[in-house]
Design a protein around this ligand. Structure first.
Ligand code: NAD
Length: 475
């Protein structure tokens, strides 16, 4: 049992001023694997004060020193590799292979990329009539969700450190342990006192406290739209800058010249990767009407490749994060049937032989109308909607007929059609076929998927203010 009852404030581990704790549950076994303290407003005050005190010297640290600090963090992060992988598997339920290749690697890539981006980042620009200076915005409050315990924390912290912004991090209560390892890493490499503060706690107390705090200059949040709305309202009271990374209902447009089996495999990969708990996952697959029967047959054919099982034993799809999440996802599986969609594979209930653990079945609905609830709401579980289209214009219109705009995916061969779909879909990130990830590329959403862009140099920009100086002396 991990008993992590301290917060990290001003370079030290300190006891919580409150006595409330929260159990951390392994979703694969339903067993308690540890507990954390739920911090109080008093704990948060101390962290805000520490960050404020650190601001003058941390924001003045040289660009070279900040690059070195980020490189040291990446190196020490790598030293803790096995522990990070095992911790994420136990707190999130992701298979060891996914914890390594996705979760561990994303954190590593964000720190290394921030170091790279910072090396070439220009904080100062002289133009004809004026000089532009980019300065640290101030101190930042970071609030993160449970589905990628090292991804969102690392991208926010790496960008903030690159920009010279001291931070207060409040990770999700369900998966808090990876953030303790990150904290130990920062401590070990000598991140200056007060530049990093970890306060664990509930959204209601610490999350709400961060977003309404008048001494916090910037709030970067990743999570649900409902919470994002509360954060924006709180921040509005003090005109605090916010960045919001919210949900999605992203389309995967399969062109008529695509390999049907590959497209079916891609669709199933989207809903099984991290058990469908991915904000940018494609959850609506759009296929040409003429391809429907062939595509349905291909889904059934490749489904056996997507097994569900113990994340500690094989590369299966693991469980959902919690009983609450399981209870949120199940009604959608019923709803699809009520709405008149055809349940092609999967459906409600636990997979056979997996009664313990919050396991669900990879579920694919066909004959889905884009107006159905299952096609409009973010389910955040292994559920795919298959929708047919008769022309590429219609596919683009259906893709865009959603409140969200986080990502879009296009599969096929014809370059003209790929380009048309990639430019026609209104979303922050479009992926054409199986192009590999790029951590220098900006990440963020249109519409209700959020405000702002993270990753690489765009991520650093979020933590900066622009100052214009007219008549800069000695220019
Ligand atoms: P959530 O909104 O419930 O919680 C996210 C964080 O906000 C947690 O740390 C939580 O404690 C905190 N929180 C809760 N109530 C709060 C409040 N009133 N004030 C301030 N903070 C509060 O989201 P979740 O269930 O943890 O995560 C799933 C959601 O996150 C999905 O909607 C998913 O799409 C989204 N997400 C988005 C991205 C992205 O980059 N766009 C990435 C991952 C997840």
């Amino acid at each position: 049992m991990k008993r992590y009852l301290n917060h990290y404030i001003n370079g030290e581990w300190v006891a919580s001023t409150g006595s409330e704790t929260q159990p951390v549950i392994n979703p694969a076994t339903e067993e308690q694997i540890g507990e954390i303290s739920l911090g109080t407003k008093e704990d948060l005050e101390k962290a805000v004060q520490a960050a404020r005190d650190a601001f003058p010297h941390f924001s003045a640290m040289s660009q070279e020193d900040r690059v070195k600090m980020l490189e040291d963090i990446a190196a020490e992060y790598e030293n803790r590799k096995n522990e990070i992988i095992e911790t994420i598997t136990d707190e999130l339920g992701s298979p060891l292979e996914v914890s390594e290749n996705v979760h561990f690697m994303m954190g590593y890539n964000h720190f290394s990329q921030a170091a790279e981006s910072l090396k070439n980042f220009s904080f100062y620009e002289e133009l004809e009539g004026h000089t532009r200076v980019k300065e640290t915005m101030g101190i930042s409050g970071l609030i993160t969700p449970w589905n990628f315990p090292t991804n969102q924390t690392s991208t926010k912290i790496a960008s903030a450190f690159a920009a010279g912004s001291p931070v207060i991090l409040k990770p999700a209560e369900q998966t808090p342990f990876a953030a303790f390892i990150l904290t130990e890493i920062f401590d070990k490499v000598g991140v200056p006192k007060g530049a990093f503060n970890l306060v664990n706690g509930s959204g209601k107390v610490i999350g709400d406290g961060i977003s309404s705090h008048e001494d916090i200059d910037f709030v970067s949040f990743t999570g649900s739209g409902a919470t994002g709305e509360k954060i924006m309202k709180n921040a509005a009271e003090n005109i605090t800058n916010v960045a919001l990374e919210l949900g999605g209902k992203s389309p995967l447009v399969v062109l008529d010249d695509a390999d049907v089996k590959e497209a079916a495999r891609a669709a199933l990969t989207h809903i099984t990767n991290n058990t469908g708990q991915v904000c940018s996952a494609a959850t609506r697959t759009l296929i040409p009407s003429s391809m429907k029967e062939e595509f349905e047959a291909a889904i059934k054919e490749v489904l056996p490749e997507f097994k569900v099982g113990d994340p500690r034993n094989g590369n299966h799809m693991g469980p959902l994060i919690s009983e609450d999440q399981w209870n949120t996802v199940q009604p959608y599986m019923e709803k699809g049937k009520e709405e008149g969609a055809t349940l092609l594979v999967g459906g409600p209930g636990k997979p056979e032989g997996l009664e313990t653990g919050f396991y669900a079945k990879p579920t694919v609905f066909t004959d889905v109308d884009n107006q159905m609830v299952i096609a409009q709401e973010e389910i955040f579980g292994p559920v795919m909607c298959v929708i047919t289209y008769d022309s590429l214009d219609e596919a683009i219109a259906i893709s865009n007929d959603t409140d969200y705009g986080l990502a879009g995916y296009v599969y096929g061969k014809d370059e003209e059609k790929l380009r048309k779909a990639a430019t026609g879909i209104r979303a922050g990130r479009i992926k054409v076929n199986d192009t590999p990830a790029d951590f220098a590329a900006p990440f963020g959403g249109y519409k209700q998927s959020g405000i702002g862009r993270e990753w690489g140099d765009y991520g650093i920009e979020e933590y900066l203010e622009v100052k214009t100086i007219l008549g800069y002396p000695g220019k």
